[in-house]
Each structure stands twice: as C-alpha cells, then as structure tokens.
Design a protein around this ligand. Structure first.
Ligand SMILES: *Cc1c(COP(=O)(O)O)cnc(C)c1O
Length: 458
C-alpha cells in the first residue's frame, strides 16, 4: 500500500484535481485528509467536521462565482471570435438552489435571474427593494401563473424591475393579452433530447404548430424552451438548439420585437467522474450554429440566454457524513453496510427519487485499504441507502477510528427537496470563503424540528 499513498496517486485514486470533473480545487493531503483549495487558502474538511460536527454541508462561494464568471466569459469570447451580433445573458434559475448564500454570489458575479413561482419572485422583490443589487437586474418568470403571481409581476414591472413573464399555456396567453411590456413564450419543441426529463407529452409551453399560428404580437421578445435537466450529450443540446432556431426564424418574420432565444437549462454535471462533455466546446458550437442558421434563414442573429443552473450550483457544495455503524453483508456485491449519521432520503433526496449517482470520497484515511460497501441512511426506511448501482469503495475502518465520507456536487436541487423523515435534523451548513468559516445554518435541535410539525413548547 505504501506506494499508492503518494499524494499524486491518491488524487488519481479519488479522481481529484481534474477540471473536467469539477474537482480541480480538491486534493488529498499527506495525512490522507480531503483538502479544498481556494486560491491560496486551504480548508481541511476533516478539521472542519471535527470542529462543526456532522452531518455537514460545506458551501464554497468562490467556486460559485468562478463558475458564473467563466460561463459568461466563454460566451462573450466566442461571440467576439465569431463576430456574432447578438448579446449573451446568463439567467440563474433560482429553483436549483434558493439559499441566499448561493443566490447573492451568483448575482454578484453578473447573473440575471429566472424564477418559477410567486414566492421566489417575492424574495427577489425584497432583494431588489433593499437596493443591494444592480437595479438593471433582469428577471424571467416561468411556472404556472396564478393571479397573485401575475399581479406581482405587473407590480414589479411598474416599479421599474425588468421582469419578463414567460407564457407557458393558452390561459396565460389570455391573461397576459393586455400586458403591455415585454413577454416571452415557451415552445414545447418536437424533438427528443438525451435526458430523463424530456417526456413524450410535455405539459410546458405551446406546441410548435400553435406558436407558429399566433397572430402578430407586438411585445413578444423572447422565444423560450427548456427541454430538461442533466442533458447527457453536447450533441443533444445542439440538435435541440437547431430545432428552436428554425421556429425562431419563422416567428421573427411575423413578430417584429422578437430578438432573443432563451435556451433554458440542461447543461450536465459529470457526477460519476467518467468521460463527459464540457461547457467550452458546447458554447463554441452554439455560437457557430446560430451564426450559420441566421445566415441561412436571413434573420438577425438573436440574443442568447441560457438558464444553466445545475452546472453552476452543483460543484459548489459538498455534504459530509460520519460512519456510525458497520454491519456485514453476507452475500452481495458489497462486504458491509456503512450506516451514516444523516439520510439520503432527507438530505440528498435525488438518491431515492431518481437514483442519482454521487462521487464519494473519504474525508480522512484516503490512503487506507479500501472495501466495497453499501451506505445506509439513519432513517428507519429500507429505501434510505446508496449503493451506486453496485458498491461504493470506502476505507476499511480500524478499531477506535472514525470514518467520514464526502459526497461531491451536492449544491443543486437537494436543499429545497430536503425533508425530515423520522424527524432527523438537516445537516448544518457552513460557508468557506476567504479562508474564513461562517455558519449559515445551525444544526437543528429536536425543538426546531418539532416546531415544523406543530410541537410548539407545550
Ligand atoms: C429547472 C429549470 C432550469 C434549470 O435547469 P438545469 O438543468 O438546472 O440547468 C432552467 N430553466 C427552467 C425553465 C427550468 O424549469
């Protein structure tokens, strides 16, 4: 084992330090501890867990900012290189992670926003009124629009916020018919994309035939589509974009104000640290494609919006657990259950909901002998487990030693879906930034959890 304990080999073993996998800031130190670098600062996750306890979520705002900036820079760079005439803007879809600790650095790094509900817009209203954000922030509004939501959109527009409702169905078309500011319309593209979310019968957006039939609409500015999340190939992103462009070209001949394609979300994350496409070539090809198609269709090169949320948010958070029990498994692909002090069903709900795969790395003992295990959550539910489809390799636990495990890329979607099965407490959440640690969310006490279920003091 000695030889494989060198830092380089351990980095390789745990697939760290690889930018295509978003692990470029992650390393193993000489003691076998998981260390995160942020410019010249270093955070030892083993030390953090000893100090702040487990389960623990660690958020890295610097990683969030870097991802937003590099996205915007890449689009702008390829726009310049190609001499493309449309403008790019990035809109962060708030539903991916609504924690203030995510949204503020994202906006600060130059993102606009996309919201999907009245409550999300309400929070943005409060943020905007606090005058702590650029007054020019643009907000796109998706999601079903009950009266209250439409009312808030109109209210904010009158107050001067650049808020644009995206029409998703016939009813909304009707409701917004007297709305005089810019609107977007979502199209349900007739194309199959490589993602588990692209359903045969989508309930979002107008059918292609219907949108092409709309009468001339003076304030129709944005053609929007969103084909699904975690698209598994770059090619699929481009085929979908090409289909959308055709519709855009046809529509732009009828609707004089239309000048923007909003491509929605979907850029994927290499959760499994296997070969996966990266943002850069996809962005380059999008610009090339739109340039070529605009020329062919003889239309203006459209402004481009993307709402890639998972891509920005996922790698900026890791979730840490302690192994609190070990139980042998007699006949299986794994040798033992490792029971963790948190819950997959509660804290990483997609594990259960969509069989999400995670990259698991030891927080300590990264150089130890490994053993195949299945991981079990602390709820009393037999579905509260993670097997990675086969097994997870984790350090063999020595007597009287503690073992901690890190789940990478937990920054997207898990928080708002989190629950309290068996009334377990949610993980505490800390921020690591500029070499300092701040507590964002304290560990829930039984009293705090009880209150969520009406147990108020007596
Ligand atoms: C969920 C959603 C997104 C974000 O998708 P990602 O896969 O996280 O990039 C963007 N736009 C809309 C309309 C969405 O519903």
């Amino acid at each position: 084992m000695k030889k494989s304990n060198s830092k380089t080999n351990l980095k390789k073993r745990w697939k760290l330090g690889v930018s295509e996998w978003n692990t470029e800031n992650f390393h193993i130190d000489k003691d076998g501890d998981f260390v995160v670098s942020e410019n010249n600062h270093r955070y030892n996750l083993h030390d953090l867990i000893k100090k702040y306890g487990s389960p623990l979520e660690v958020v890295f705002p610097t990683i969030i900012r870097k991802r937003v900036r590099s996205l915007i820079e890449l689009f702008n760079a390829y726009i310049t290189i190609a001499g493309y005439k449309g403008k790019f803007s990035y809109h962060y879809p708030m539903k991916v992670n609504q924690n203030k600790e995510f949204v503020l650095p994202i906006v600060g790094a130059g993102a606009n926003l996309e919201v999907g509900s009245y409550n999300e817009l309400w929070l943005i209203k409060r943020l905007w009124e606090s005058e702590k954000v650029n007054p020019k922030l643009r907000v796109l509004c998706n999601g079903p629009k009950a009266e209250q939501y439409i009312g808030l959109i109109a209210e904010m527009r009158k107050k001067g916020l650049d808020v644009i409702p995206i029409v998703e169905d016939e009813g909304e078309l009707e409701q917004l018919s007297s709305y005089k500011w810019d609107i977007g319309i979502r199209v349900d593209l007739d194309v199959k994309a490589d993602t588990r979310w692209d359903k045969k019968n989508d309930r979002f957006g107008l059918l292609e035939s219907r949108i092409l039939d709309l009468p001339k609409t003076k304030n129709f500015k944005i053609l929007h589509y969103h084909i699904g999340s975690q698209i598994n190939s770059g090619k699929s992103i481009l085929t979908t974009a090409a289909r959308a462009f055709k519709i855009y070209a046809e529509l732009s001949r009828k609707h004089p104000h239309l000048d923007t394609i909003d491509m929605g979300g979907g850029l994927g994350i290499p959760y499994e640290k296997k070969k996966f496409y990266t943002a850069k070539p996809v962005i380059r090809q999008i610009i090339k494609l739109f340039k070529k198609l605009a020329e062919k269709e003889k239309v203006k090169e459209p402004n481009i919006i993307v709402e890639w949320g998972r891509y920005v948010a996922a790698p900026a958070q890791v979730t840490l657990y302690k192994v609190i029990a070990e139980k042998p498994i007699p006949h299986a692909s794994a040798k033992a259950w490792y029971v963790i002090d948190g819950s997959f069903m509660n804290d990483l709900l997609d594990t259960w909901a969509i069989h999400q795969k995670w990259h698991v790395v030891p927080v300590n003992n990264a150089g130890a002998t490994l053993t195949p295990v299945w991981l079990a959550g602390s709820s009393c539910d037999s579905d509260d487990k993670y097997t990675a489809g086969n097994y997870v390799l984790a350090p063999k636990i020595k007597a009287n030693d503690h073992q901690f495990l890190a789940f990478l890329d937990s920054g997207a979607y898990q928080d708002a879906l989190a629950s309290h099965h068996c009334l377990l407490s949610s993980p505490a959440k800390i921020l690591a930034e500029d070499g300092q640690i701040t507590i964002a969310r304290k560990r829930e006490t039984p009293d705090m959890v009880g209150k969520l279920f009406g147990w108020n003091n007596n």
